[in-house]
Every structure is written in C-alpha cells, then in structure tokens.
Design a protein around this ligand. Structure first.
Ligand code: SF4
Length: 268
C-alpha cells in the first residue's frame, strides 16, 4: 500500500517530541481549535494558501507553491525521510513521532506509516489530542510504543470554550488507554489564567491519580512564537495579551504535580 495523506512539516533531530532524537511528522487537520495553538497551520485538513508563509517542507517543492502550507504526500515518500535518520534513532533511543494537528484524523495514512516504521524496527510515538473514537487507539495500539497525550482543562464548559470541543471522550479514552498498558506521557500546556488555575490543577491531580499507568508528565509552557503565524494567516489570535509563564511559575506547577509520584518535566 502507498496511501496518501496531508502533512504540513517534517522536523528532523527533534528532542521535544518523545525520547531521544526523533523525526516528527506533522499531520494536517485537528478537531480542536485551542486559543493558544502554536501551530494554527495544522488545524485545517487541506493545504492552505496565504501570502508570505514560511514554507518549511514540501516533497514536491515548486516555487509556485511558496504560499501554500501543507502538501499531499505518499506514505512511501514520508518513510524515505524517516529512514534517513535511523542511525540517529539507534544511538539516542529515539524514533519517529506522528504529530499534528491530530494524526488520527487520517487513520489509514497513520496506520500505514506506523506499520512500515515497525517493519524497520523504528520506535514510534503518536502525539494525540485524545479526541477520537477509542477504536482508533485499539487499531494502532500494538504499533505504537508511546502516546504523547494532551490534557488541557478538566472543566467541560471551559474545555468547550477554549478548545471548541467537550472533554468527556478525551478523558474516557485516557482512562481506557492507561488501563491497557504503560505507554502514556501526559502533556499539559501551561497557559496562564486558563490551564494553570488552582482549580484546574487540583482537578487534574485528582484525575491523574486515578489513572492506572502514566510514564511521565510533561509541562509545555505557553510561548508567543506563533504570533507571526496568526498575523500572516489572517487568523484571530485570542491570547495575544498573554505573557509566557515565568520559570518560577513553571517550577511551582512542577512541584505540585510531582506529588503524584511521576517524573514531571518542563518541556517535552
Ligand atoms: S490540539 Fe494542538 S494542534 Fe490542535 S488546535 Fe489544540 S494546540 Fe493546536
């Protein structure tokens, strides 16, 4: 099979998307619309055109496409890029990470890339919003070494307001996945005044304490590097007033979450 899918970037030598040195494939399409999204170009499933975009990667590079972000690619071509870095994975215990957007929005494409990666003995990770049918987790479970699972807001109304979707299915899937095995790194975006409130952190600590298996918790601080993307894309930036959390604030949150007994890291 040589399935096609839409991606918007391939990042080489990444050290923030799972253990070791990794190649990260960014899928296009996300069911969420988080106010703080650092990759607003991921949200639409199809390629988008806008003036002056920073063109990062395109297998079929063509100067005429310089204002297009996202491209349709064959799994075979993506695998070629992944396999180029096998020596780095071996040395660092790294591998490939499928991120987005939400990779499970393109299930057949994801399934095929995971299958092909496993055939080459490449370690795999899937970075997920959790907003998908649990059957999708079951379909890729054996092919996935690690799930980087986002946990954002425990209050459903707030989750709906700030991400555009309810949180019930995300939390239910996380409970089921944690019962299945020890493959989860939780990723918590620390967004000042939104996800870092005492109430949200307390609810989160209670919820995580009930999960059967969590390998690690990563705290991802809000940053402002996406501002220019919003400007170039003509998209509304709803958190333009927010400032990144200070080191002290991040360390305080780390300290609170450390009470759970899991390894807690700042950054991915
Ligand atoms: S889940 Fe991630 S990619 Fe999707 S909108 Fe939220 S921050 Fe952006």
């Amino acid at each position: 099979m040589n399935t096609r899918g839409f991606i918007f970037d391939i990042k080489k030598y990444s050290i923030n998307d799972g253990p070791g040195i990794r190649t990260t494939i960014f899928f296009k399409g996300c069911p969420l619309k988080c106010w703080w999204c650092h990759n607003p170009e991921s949200q639409n499933k199809l390629p988008e055109e806008f003036e002056g975009c920073t063109f990062r990667w395109n297998l079929s590079y063509d100067p005429g496409q310089k204002n297009t972000i996202g491209t349709e690619v064959f799994s075979h071509d993506v695998m070629k890029e992944i396999e180029k870095d096998i020596p780095f994975y071996e040395e660092s215990k790294g591998g490939v990470t499928f991120s987005g957007g939400e990779p499970m929005m393109q299930m057949d494409f994801l399934f095929e890339l995971l299958t092909k990666s496993k055939k080459k003995d490449i370690r795999t990770a899937v970075d997920t919003t959790g907003f998908t049918d649990y059957q999708n987790f079951e379909r890729i479970y054996e092919l996935t070494d690690l799930f980087l699972y986002d946990l954002k807001l425990m209050n459903n109304e707030e989750h709906l307001l700030y991400t555009g979707v309810p949180n019930k299915i995300i939390h239910e899937n996380l409970i089921l996945l944690s019962e299945k095995g020890n493959k989860i790194i939780l990723r918590i975006p620390v967004i000042p005044k939104i996800t870092d409130t005492n109430e949200n952190l307390d609810l989160m600590i209670n919820f995580i304490s009930e999960l059967k298996n969590v390998r690690e918790i990563d705290l991802l601080p809000f940053h402002k590097t996406a501002e220019s993307k919003y400007e170039k894309m003509g998209k509304e930036n709803k958190v333009v007033q927010l400032e990144p959390p200070t080191n002290e604030q991040m360390n305080n949150i780390k300290y609170r979450l450390s009470s759970l007994g899991h390894t807690v890291k700042i950054g991915g």
